[in-house]
Design a protein around this ligand. Structure first.
Ligand code: BGC
Length: 251
């Protein structure tokens, strides 16, 4: 069933209807810029705008940048701390004024689902690490096509803070790093992850993956690194795929 996918991010809330049989977006996504750190009230307003824009009445899937237990947000590193403890599915259902299914998931797990099903990881049964590079660093781990949810490899401690502050795509811009400086840092980080989880393949997503030829050459990893195929639409597509799969399971 077609499902509205929503990607809640550090700089914007994005949404589009998704054909869950192909993973393709059925319309151009609507992007609503966040003003400062997104709050639950701002998210509710954005969801209302997105559902109105697409005249959406059907099921909804949303990805959030934090640990999600059931439908409750457990962490919120880069958005308002007021999200912690929120029932995200209830918040979205209320804002969209819908009784249709609403399912929520970590944003990187969502992106990983899209890549494993229809993108760079399709058909892979071995262990795959997906990293999304944006405001923060998101991670998703798969084995035999199955997700191990809520990995938070962007929060590996480094110098008293989370390593995502140094290796996210945002860090390159904020710290004014060259592609080679950033790429080498990112390579060190990924090689540390390889020591910990030894993936057979690494998929790099986030908007910056479109410019992979600028930095993949500096990564020097053991496992092959490939760019995400969905680029920055994986979060929307994967959130919708997750909701559709959960909806089928519930029938
Ligand atoms: C969050 C993760 C999220 C990542 C990418 C991190 O700060 O803790 O849950 O996947 O950012 O958005």
């Amino acid at each position: 069933m077609n499902t509205l996918g929503i990607d809640i991010g550090g700089s914007a809330v994005k949404g589009a209807p998704v054909d869950t049989k192909t993973g393709k977006l059925l319309a151009e996504r609507l992007r609503i810029e966040a003003k400062g750190k997104l709050t639950p009230a701002q998210l509710a307003a954005a969801v209302a705008e997105i559902t109105r824009h697409f005249r959406w009445r059907g099921p909804i899937g949303a990805g959030f940048p934090g640990v999600i237990h059931g439908s409750t947000i457990a962490t919120s590193a880069n958005l308002s701390k007021r999200f912690i403890g929120c029932d995200l599915a209830a918040l979205i259902a209320g804002a969209a004024a819908t009784r249709a299914t609403v399912r929520v998931i970590n944003d990187a797990d969502a992106a990983g689902i899209a890549e494993m099903r229809f993108g760079a990881g399709r058909g892979r049964k071995d262990s795959v690490l997906v990293l999304t590079l944006g405001t923060g660093v998101g991670s998703a781990m798969f084995f035999n096509g199955q997700l191990f949810p809520n990995t938070e490899f962007g929060h590996l401690p480094s110098g008293g803070h989370s390593i995502e502050k140094d290796v996210a795509a945002a860090a390159r811009k904020l710290q004014d790093l060259s592609w080679s400086e950033w790429g080498r840092r990112l390579g060190d980080y990924i090689r540390t992850l390889e020591k910990l989880v030894a993936p057979a393949c690494i998929i790099i997503g986030g908007g910056v993956s479109a410019r992979h030829e600028k930095f993949f050459k500096y990564l020097k990893t053991r496992a092959p690194v490939v760019p995400a195929e969905f680029l920055n639409e994986a979060g929307i597509a994967g959130a919708a795929l997750h909701a559709a799969a959960a909806g089928e399971g519930a029938k």
